[in-house]
Design a protein. Structure first.
Length: 285
């Protein structure tokens, strides 16, 4: 079940013994607790199954041996999972893991010895063979970014939404493509964010809205990109953080959270040796 940001705030208040309509905390502090809770759940997921949070970007090799990852990936990443030779988009070549989790290679076919090795050193992707004019698809895990909600700006269309310059709760990060992979919510509609232009606060969404947000009137939210079944855990962890900060008893809610985490792990656990085919089927775009 999807939990909107506003619903998460209400649940978190109730779980921390507050009035659901009125908190003793500033809204920015409440959002900080929700973001921290979301990040803690991401830790659990990434330990068990990094491919759940997998997405990709396409990198054109220019003959260099090193590529600075933050310049290539326009938003947060956790781990590079694998790389595909995607020069021919109708027949991408697969990749495989080598002896180290952060050192992988891609092969010309499934049945030949891998010829081109790549590795991650500090914040650089390294290609010792210095390939040129080749496109590679880099699969990686990314953490969910900060949640927010507020009144939309001016210029909304059926395939875009203008985020609020001053959200009711939460913070807008003005970095191009920062929200790619998250979901936008408006009037019981959830849409995947495929692009974000920081200068205009405009996010591109897919598929198109059934009903377009009304300029300067409609409320839009950015939802967690975690799987829906995990949304209920976010406000519970946030409430525990609040209660712990107030030196309140957290034993009851701690047990509830433990049960929910065990349920999540049960559903996402994989054998230690992950298959690249799994990663290829999972992605935000």
């Amino acid at each position: 079940m999807i939990h909107t940001v506003q619903r998460m705030i209400e649940v978190m208040r109730i779980q921390s013994n507050q009035d659901p309509e009125d908190s003793f905390l500033d809204s920015d502090i409440e959002m900080m607790y929700l973001d921290n809770a979301q990040d803690m759940i991401a830790d659990v997921i990434l330990d068990e199954r990094p491919s759940i949070l997998a997405t990709y970007f396409d990198l054109t090799l220019t003959g260099a041996s090193r590529y600075f990852i933050p310049d290539s990936i326009p938003y947060n990443y956790e781990k590079i999972l694998m790389i595909e030779d995607y020069t021919s988009s109708d027949s991408p070549r697969t990749t495989g893991f080598s002896d180290w989790f952060d050192r992988m290679q891609y092969a010309e076919s499934l049945h030949k010895t891998p010829r081109i090795v790549w590795s991650v050193i500090d914040q650089y992707l390294e290609f010792p063979k210095q390939e040129n004019n080749k496109t590679v698809r880099v699969w990686y895990t990314r953490r969910p970014v900060g949640l927010f909600y507020g009144t939309v700006g001016v210029g909304n269309t059926s395939t875009s939404v203008v985020f609020p310059s001053s959200p009711t709760a939460g913070e807008i990060i003005l970095e191009n493509d920062y929200y790619n992979g998250m979901r936008s919510y408006f009037s019981a509609q959830t849409r995947r964010i495929t692009g974000f232009v920081a200068a205009t606060y405009t996010a591109t969404i897919s598929p198109a809205w059934t009903t377009t947000p009304t300029d300067s009137t409609s409320t839009v939210e950015v939802l967690s990109s975690l799987p829906d079944r995990m949304h209920k855990l976010i406000p519970n962890i946030g409430a525990r953080l609040i209660k712990a900060g107030n030196d309140d008893d957290t034993s009851e809610i701690r047990l509830l959270i433990r049960e929910q985490i065990d349920d999540i792990i049960k559903h996402i656990k994989l054998p230690a040796a992950q298959q690249p085919e799994t990663i290829r089927k999972v992605g935000y775009r």
